[in-house]
Design a protein around this ligand. Structure first.
Ligand code: PGA
Length: 267
């Protein structure tokens, strides 16, 4: 079996769904099949991202099964190390349970006022704590319709992922999530998403050099289901998906299965 240039990531962003009890129950429902799938085909990494209060409950289920390629991620964190920041979670706290943290999701940017500057501080804090950041970027519908996608993405990428150390740069993950495609059932086409994702890779190369750009994993997000994941995975520049709604259902397993199928065909 040939080794792909970049392994794929299928991350489930549960958003504000599933408290500790239901989160543990759902993880039990999918873990054996999920674990076996990614064990059999180790070039797909699956990451479950429950709400912060449910992380421990899901961690316990994962620890009871020990599937190497099923990891845990948080949906957000603060960049300060500790102290008087009521309601926030520090990077070291996330690191106790997780390998990964989603940063700058469009819902955080829209509802909680997160700026590219704040996202950037979080990215640097994540690397200081050996966490893998998944940084989200994406344009609004009006920006898409006005043809300003490229300018929006250029500005988000250059600001959100600035100042990363050379040795950390290949470990970043970017998720391109056009906001008009999130939760709408109207996914982008693989061709359209692929074009933006190729631009992101090019920008990253300008910032951190060719090697980091080749190793950077870029995911697509926005109404991904088991019915459309195959097209995205088949695109040479798309390295997986950040899945919202469909990650709350057993369809998540089907998404992972279809990802594996397409990747195996590519080899
Ligand atoms: P969706 O969400 O799959 O429900 O569209 C994706 C996301 O917001 O990460």
């Amino acid at each position: 079996m040939a080794v792909p240039v970049r392994d794929a990531i299928i991350a489930g962003n549960w958003k504000m769904n599933y408290g500790p009890r239901r989160a543990a129950e759902f993880t039990y429902e999918i873990i054996s099949e999920l674990g076996m799938l990614v064990n059999r085909y180790p070039y797909v990494l699956s990451i479950l991202c429950p709400p912060a209060i449910s992380l421990m409950a899901v961690r316990e289920v994962l620890d009871a099964h020990l599937f190497r390629r099923v990891e845990l991620g948080a949906q957000n964190m603060y960049f300060e190390e500790q102290g008087a920041f009521t309601g926030e979670i520090a990077p070291s706290m996330v690191r106790e349970l997780c390998s990964t943290v989603i940063l700058g999701h469009s819902e955080r940017r829209t509802y909680f006022g997160e700026t590219d500057g704040a996202v950037n501080r979080k990215v640097l804090a994540a690397f200081r704590h050996s966490l893998r950041p998944i940084v989200c970027v994406g344009e609004h519908l009006d920006q898409y319709e006005a043809g300003s996608t490229e300018a929006v993405i250029r500005s988000q990428v250059t600001q959100s992922v600035a100042g990363i150390d050379a040795e950390d740069a290949p470990n970043l993950v970017i998720a391109y999530e056009p906001i008009w495609a999130i939760g709408t059932g109207k996914a982008a086409t693989a061709e359209g998403a692929g074009k933006v994702i190729s631009l992101i890779r090019q920008l990253y190369g300008e910032m951190y050099g060719g090697k980091a750009a080749r190793e950077l994993r870029i995911l697509y997000g926005g109404s991904v289901t088991s019915a459309n994941i195959g097209e995205f995975i088949a695109h040479p520049d798309i390295d997986g998906a950040l899945v919202g709604g469909a990650s709350l259902k057993p369809d998540f397993l089907e998404i992972v299965r279809n990802t594996i199928e397409v990747m195996q065909k590519q080899q």
